[in-house]
Design a protein around this ligand. Structure first.
Ligand SMILES: NC(=O)c1ccc[n+]([C@@H]2O[C@H](COP(=O)([O-])OP(=O)(O)OC[C@H]3O[C@@H](n4cnc5c(N)ncnc54)[C@H](O)[C@@H]3O)[C@@H](O)[C@H]2O)c1
Length: 180
């Protein structure tokens, strides 16, 4: 039996390329998946194909630039499962424009998803993880950030927090190019 079996795993940007591969990987481990993405159509397709292969998958359309929607997404999953074990902060944008043509709007769009959205998803999920930690302050909850370099700082800041560093684990993969 996999040590991840039955874990409640939230994957942001789940309807995208790497998100799809992450869902497949966690589904293979028999996790209960919560897929969050702002593209509701692609999200529904992803949920449906996971369910067709027998995986447990719940889709929650979420725009991560809106902190209210982040809270609603995490509340929806708490209503369904009453716990969150793993957050994979995968959603992100990359604007392929030259230095000279990058606009303020481009800048805001990228930072709002890659840094602000990531941070508030992490903060909200970590609050649930902290509240579930046992009397000894330990739980096996974890979060993983993938992609945006801003992920590193946000994730590390939680890891090194003196009071909470035994309540969940954080890891960060960033700055590399990956393909499905
Ligand atoms: N593929 C690569 O080579 C590569 C390299 C470096 C970093 N990354 C990072 O890995 C992550 C995934 O990359 P990918 O190639 O799968 O990208 P992708 O574009 O295929 O998928 C990204 C997903 O994020 C979703 N998303 C975008 N904005 C959102 C928002 N505001 N709220 C919710 N969802 C939103 C999109 O709808 C999409 O489904 C990204 O953070 C990306 O920056 C990827």
């Amino acid at each position: 039996m996999s040590s991840l079996q039955g874990k409640v795993v939230v994957i942001t940007g789940a309807a995208g390329g790497l998100g799809g591969s992450l869902c497949d990987g966690f589904a293979n481990e028999e996790c209960r998946l919560v897929l969050a993405d702002k593209n509701a159509t692609k999200l529904a397709d992803s949920v449906s194909s996971l369910q067709q292969r027998g995986a447990s998958a719940l889709g929650v359309p979420t725009d991560l630039t809106d902190t209210g929607q982040i809270r609603q997404m995490l509340q929806a999953l708490m209503n369904a499962y009453d716990r969150i074990d793993v957050l994979v902060n995968n959603a992100g944008l990359c604007t392929a424009r030259s230095f000279w043509s990058l606009t303020e709007q481009d800048w805001d769009e990228v930072l709002n998803v890659n840094v602000k959205g990531l941070f508030f998803a992490l903060q909200t999920a970590a609050t649930h993880m902290r509240d579930r930690a046992g009397n000894d302050g330990y739980s096996d909850a974890a979060f993983l950030a993938i992609g945006p370099r801003g992920a590193a700082g946000a994730t590390e800041s939680q890891r090194s927090s003196p009071r909470t560093n035994r309540e969940y684990r954080g890891s960060c993969l960033c700055g590399c190019f990956l393909s499905k």
